[in-house]
Design a binder for this molecule. Structure first.
Ligand code: AMP
Ligand code: ZN
Length: 430
């Protein structure tokens, strides 16, 4: 049996870097066919690039650049050559659109199939895609990758728990693609419908599309009796299939034959030291229709040092610690939502959902955290509840150095988003 989906996954590093350099040079030539890069890269000569590290000579591309070029300014082919578009899930401002030629869709499907194979999916598996289809890349992106790998693919889409359970049981679904916040909710629903998650046919969950902690992953694994693998991607870089965990679950392999990956200090733009956290910056080197150079993802992560036991040579990134723009500053302290999740999900009393709210009270800003409590702990005894409230506030304070106002909520009472979870609501006076 083959160990890898594509031999390139275990390519010797020197040869891989050689390949990246060649592809980078081609990308520069290709990118200059778009109105945006024609101007941005004027004066750049690919022949001046002697190693991958020379990528530092190139300017960054930001989300604002993509917005300013909306809709067609980034395209390196004529519109006739494109067959699909997707858009980012961002809810504010001008959206960003990403366009694919048929070749780009093929490359993406291959990367996706490779990613799924890497965490143990095989053509004999049946995959149920439980994420929304439409402009969001988690629908069609996962779908075509799953078919490319040869899995029987059930395009269930989002929501409708009862129907999801029926499909899973009827078709012996062994792999789920599911957003982590929904997985936590779904696990509970399955039990409420009278099924034991141990008896379900599933064995693998592909979870991604939104930040989540190791604690949330473990909770999903325990509640569902499943192995959950982290899947990272963003529409600007195709969508899912950018980086994926292998069976060892020690960081996500980021496919370096398709992307050049850098991690920078978001303030200075300089590369951080190996193993340090910074902002992920990516360059597409196999995309013909809409090449993007040195894209500032705003996602914070680090390279996982050392080699992976699976033998793949493509470096691993750690789970996303947060986004450079979702840091909250309260009373002078920097807080990331994932710190709060980590703390909550480690507590046995805490249920599946929580909501962070920032409010202004009088002259100062306050942090409120609404937390769903497991039914067993949601008791009549006021003293017990107050004790739990204090315990949660204390644990959070240990982590974030601020004592938040904790509100205990009944199971399933915090509204659930249809797609990616909304974890923070900012109601501060502007
Ligand atoms: P979109 O392009 O709208 O699908 O959003 C992409 C963004 O979702 C990324 O830039 C990340 O911020 C987030 N994201 C995607 N996958 C993950 C993941 N596995 N862990 C954490 N955040 C993720
Ligand atoms: Zn590995």
């Amino acid at each position: 049996m083959t160990k890898y989906y594509d031999p390139v996954e275990a390519m010797d590093r020197a040869a891989l870097e050689e390949l990246q350099l060649e592809r980078l040079k081609d990308t520069i030539v290709n990118a200059k066919k778009s109105p945006f890069y024609e101007a941005r890269l004027s004066g750049v000569n690919p022949e001046d690039f002697k190693s991958v590290d020379d990528i530092k000579k190139l300017p960054f591309t930001t989300k604002d650049d993509l917005r300013s070029q909306y809709p067609y300014g980034m395209l390196a082919r004529s519109l006739d050559d494109f067959v699909r578009l997707h858009a980012s899930s961002g809810t504010t401002g001008t959206p960003t659109a990403v366009f694919y030629t048929q070749k780009d869709l093929d490359t993406w499907a291959d990367l996706m199939a490779r990613s799924m194979f890497c965490c143990g999916c095989r053509r004999s598996d049946v995959l149920q895609n439980m994420s929304g289809y439409g402009l969001f890349t988690g629908g069609l992106g996962i779908h075509y990758g799953s078919e490319r790998l040869g899995m029987l693919t059930v395009p269930a889409g989002a929501g409708n728990t009862k129907r999801q359970i029926k499909l899973i049981r009827d078709f012996n679904v062994s792999v789920l693609h599911i957003i982590p916040s929904f997985a936590l909710y779904f696990a509970q629903k399955v039990q409420e419908e009278g099924f034991d998650t141990k008896d379900m046919p599933w064995k693998i969950a592909l979870i991604g599309a939104e930040p989540h902690t190791e604690e949330a992953r473990r909770k999903i694994e325990e509640m569902m009796h499943i192995k959950a693998y982290n899947s990272y991607g963003l529409s600007e870089m195709n969508g899912p299939g950018v980086a994926f965990e292998c069976v060892h679950q020690k960081g996500m392999h980021i496919w370096e034959d398709a992307y050049i990956v850098e991690i920078i200090n978001p303030e200075t733009g300089e590369h951080v030291a190996e193993g340090e956290i910074g902002e992920l910056v990516m360059t597409t080197i196999t995309r013909e229709g809409m090449p993007i150079i040195r894209y500032r993802t705003r996602d914070l992560t680090r390279f996982v040092p050392g080699k992976c036991e699976c033998g793949r040579t493509h470096r691993r990134i750690d789970r996303i610690a947060g986004r450079a723009d979702d840091m909250m500053i309260l009373k002078g302290v920097n807080i990331y939502p994932m710190q709060i999740e980590q703390c909550l999900m480690a507590m046995p009393e805490v249920g599946q959902n929580y909501l962070i709210e920032l409010v202004t009270e009088g002259v100062s800003d306050q942090l409120k955290v609404k937390v769903e409590i497991k039914e067993d702990y949601f008791v009549e005894d006021m003293r017990a509840l107050q004790g739990l409230q204090k315990k949660i506030a204390k644990n959070l304070c240990n982590e974030i150095l601020i004592t938040p106002r904790v509100e205990l909520c009944q199971h399933d009472s915090i509204p659930k988003a249809e797609g990616k979870a909304v974890r923070v609501i900012d109601n501060r006076d502007k």
